[in-house]
Design a protein around this ligand. Sequence first.
Ligand SMILES: Cc1cc2nc3c(=O)[nH]c(=O)nc-3n(C[C@H](O)[C@H](O)[C@H](O)COP(=O)(O)OP(=O)(O)OC[C@H]3O[C@@H](n4cnc5c(N)ncnc54)[C@H](O)[C@@H]3O)c2cc1C
Length: 278
Amino acid sequence: MHFAVCIKQVPDTAEVKIDPDTNTLVRAGIESMANPYDITALEEALRLKEKYGGKVSVLSMGPPQADIVLRQALSMGADQAVLLSDRAFAGADTLATSYTLSKAVETLSQVEPVDLVLCGKQAIDGDTAQTGPGIAARLGLAQFTYVIEVEWIDPEKRLLQVRRKVEGGFEVIRGPLPAMLSVELELATPRRASLPMLIDSLRAPIKIWDAGAIGASAARVGIKGSPTWVRAIASPQVHRAGPRWDAAQGVSAAVSEALDTLFSDQDFAAGFEKGWKA
Ligand SMILES: Cc1cc2nc3c(=O)[nH]c(=O)nc-3n(C[C@H](O)[C@H](O)[C@H](O)COP(=O)(O)OP(=O)(O)OC[C@H]3O[C@@H](n4cnc5c(N)ncnc54)[C@H](O)[C@@H]3O)c2cc1C
């Protein structure tokens, strides 16, 4: 079995800032890290390799310094790492990103066919959750999204069965290989790298592929291949905190005062009366 895991380098911050002039992320001065969902996907790929045998390849599209997330993957046990790096890839939206990653999976498959592509459910910066399904659609792979457990793989019959999260519960679905999984964090707890593996990963070779190496069309990558244009980005306004009532002097007095305040608002009182009658 050949597992290919897509790992995105993302800003290590919950407070992403946007440049108001260019509508792009402000990356200066912000540390980066591997997208946590992708490290979970890698952990699952490593466990599946341990169970069914095979090889784990990791892929990332990003600038040269994104090699650090690939070294982290190698330190955890990935067998080979490929960085998709080319100025032509910059400014890609999800359409161009999934095209570029799918061309890289095709290129890997020329040497050894990829059976399972694993992605995170979403990247914690872009958050669209479109890239994995985009790769699957382009490569004609069965897609299993929001996966919380890989129940089994039958490499002979070319089938797999997974448990996926749905609103209010889960679903068990079976489908054919090759396939794409996008994974939830609860799927697996990532392992810690051992010190020798960590040291080896610093010296390990990383393949760098540009558009030519993956046979990508120049018109379909990066900003040229991205029909999405960010017209404006705004942060939600921060409203001041609402009134507070101190329950220390008595809960019923505080609740009564709070209700008086609410009902002194005519719109609220009218809405409440209407809802009550209904
Ligand atoms: C007009 C426009 C311009 C943009 N310009 C830039 C830019 O200049 N620089 C920039 O960084 N972003 C840019 N973006 C954001 C970029 O499009 C998205 O971050 C990217 O397409 C992936 O989408 P996402 O982050 O929503 O990932 P999701 O779809 O949420 O990610 C799902 C999974 O796909 C995989 N994945 C996603 N991206 C990668 C990757 N690069 N490498 C490996 N695996 C990946 C991971 O497994 C991830 O968990 C731009 C977006 C738009 C719309």
